[in-house]
Design a protein. Structure first.
Length: 467
């Protein structure tokens, strides 16, 4: 974020704008744009592992994919089948959350948020359309990685730029933002997943590309309602941004400490698109009378509950705040970790109670999605709001990019841990995920006890604490 975006005039203007559900009108355009991008992304992520396991990574097809054999031999140590699919999934989804750092730097130093985001949207649409060509699979993943990197951090930064530093609507804005995301995750697997599994894999990927183009059109039509930006002046950095203070750097250091903790706490949630989906495809009873539900609809179930719980959790804390003091961000993340642990234990019970030679009913999976969604509502939007609130305004886009390192680490670990699904007892496999949530719980508690006040205070209080 540039200096122009941190001026008092802009902050006052954002506070006065309540045209969209009590929030700035720009939030609506950003929400719909992000919704289209997330529709396309989660369509891709839902289909990716199933596509590889059930179609692409089989003899007679995988040999035709340009560059895949080289990656299999030199990067993935000769893996085959489901472990190879898990490894590719982990690499792709990890890099998806690593490239926003580069996108944030490009936006902060050269192109600005708007142009970087538009470039990212174009690359993402291209990547989705390339997924319809089997031989271009690796190239499609590369294009998608570059596109998400340019797009992801910069749209979240524009949400934060609509509000002043002490505007209490900020956390609610990110919860609304996540509601748009979750509506898209409901529709993406339902539409693209059904097309991919029932009609043809490439129809699902093509649908994702069309929706991404629609998102770009929405963004371009609403640019006048977004916070203005002052692009950095090349060769004159002193005019482009203010220097960071000591308290700014300490805030960044605190946020960096949170990144690996969030990564481990997110492990169960990120596994949903990998080994969990393969497990459900193979072992869940998805038969309803004469209709077999596509396993991709499990993601729609998860997204539906996530959406519902985001609304319910936001309404609950709104009601709570009318009578009592609302917990701070770290406290809410502690609560979320408890529910995430409960969700993992539901998967353990599903595996433990599976009848010999039979399929798993949907009771325990449903309870997993319910508890995990409550945990999601307390961790992901709250942590993103915290990073947006605490980060120095001169480098907000870069810090938001750093936030996504937690997903980078989580998905890299998921790629490895997911490969253990084929070799470990299923009960043991899910207990590993319960342990990761327990680690997050303990770490958040320690974090709150040690430096929680500095994380949740304003710049003046942080500076006083450091003196």
């Amino acid at each position: 974020m540039t200096v122009a975006e941190a001026t008092p005039d802009l902050e006052q203007g954002a506070r006065d704008d309540r045209a969209f559900l009590g929030h700035p009108k720009g939030l609506g355009y950003l929400g719909f744009t992000e919704g289209c991008e997330r529709f396309s992304y989660y369509s891709m992520q839902t289909l990716l592992t199933l596509y590889m396991v059930n179609y692409l990574l089989v003899p007679g097809r995988m040999e035709n994919v340009i560059g895949l054999e080289w990656l299999r031999v030199h990067v993935y140590d000769g893996l085959q089948g489901q472990p190879l699919a898990s490894a590719i999934f982990g690499t792709y989804t990890a890099l998806v959350y690593g490239t926003p750092i580069i996108g944030g730097i490009i936006a902060d130093k050269w192109l600005g948020r708007n142009r970087t985001l538009i470039l990212g949207g174009i690359l993402m649409a291209l990547g989705h359309f390339l997924m319809a060509i089997e031989s271009a699979f690796v190239l499609a993943l590369f294009s998608l990685l570059l596109g998400v990197g340019a797009f992801k951090g910069n749209i979240a930064t524009q949400v934060g730029a609509l509000y002043g530093p002490n505007d209490l609507r900020r956390a609610m804005a990110f919860q609304i933002f996540y509601i748009f995301i979750n509506v898209s995750v409901i529709l993406g697997p339902l539409v693209s997943g059904t097309l991919g599994q029932k009609v043809g894999w490439h129809y699902g990927f093509g649908c994702a590309g069309v929706v991404m183009v629609l998102g770009l059109i929405i963004y371009l039509s609403g640019r006048r309602y977004l916070a203005p930006e002052e692009r950095p002046v090349r060769g004159e950095p002193e005019r482009a941004r203010e220097p960071l203070t000591r308290s700014d750097w300490v805030c960044v250091a605190y946020l960096l400490v949170l990144i690996p903790v969030l990564a481990i706490a997110l492990l169960t949630n990120q596994e949903i698109f990998n080994a969990y989906l393969v497990w459900g495809d193979q072992q869940f009873n998805l038969q309803f009378m004469s209709f077999t539900m596509p396993s991709s609809w499990l993601i729609t179930l998860d997204a539906t509950l996530s959406f519902s719980m985001l609304v319910a959790v936001a309404a609950f804390w709104k009601w709570w705040s009318l009578k009592r003091r609302e917990p701070d961000e770290i406290s809410k993340m502690i609560i979320g970790s408890v529910f995430t642990m409960a969700g993992g234990l539901c998967l353990f019970m599903a595996a433990l109670t599976q009848p010999e030679g039979g399929k798993i009913g949907l009771f325990w999976p449903f309870m997993f999605h319910l508890f995990n969604s409550i945990g999601f509502a307390h961790i992901l939007p709250i942590s993103l709001a915290l990073f947006s609130k605490i980060s120095p305004k001169q480098i907000t886009a870069t810090v938001i990019g750093l936030y996504y390192l937690s997903f980078f680490i989580a998905n890299a670990v998921v790629g490895y841990v997911g490969g253990l699904y084929s070799s470990l007892p299923t009960t043991t496999f899910w207990l590993l995920h319960v342990g990761s949530a327990a680690f997050g719980l303990v770490a958040f508690i320690v974090f709150k006890l040690v430096i929680g006040k500095r994380m949740t205070s304003g710049p003046a209080e942080q500076a006083a604490a450091l003196s």
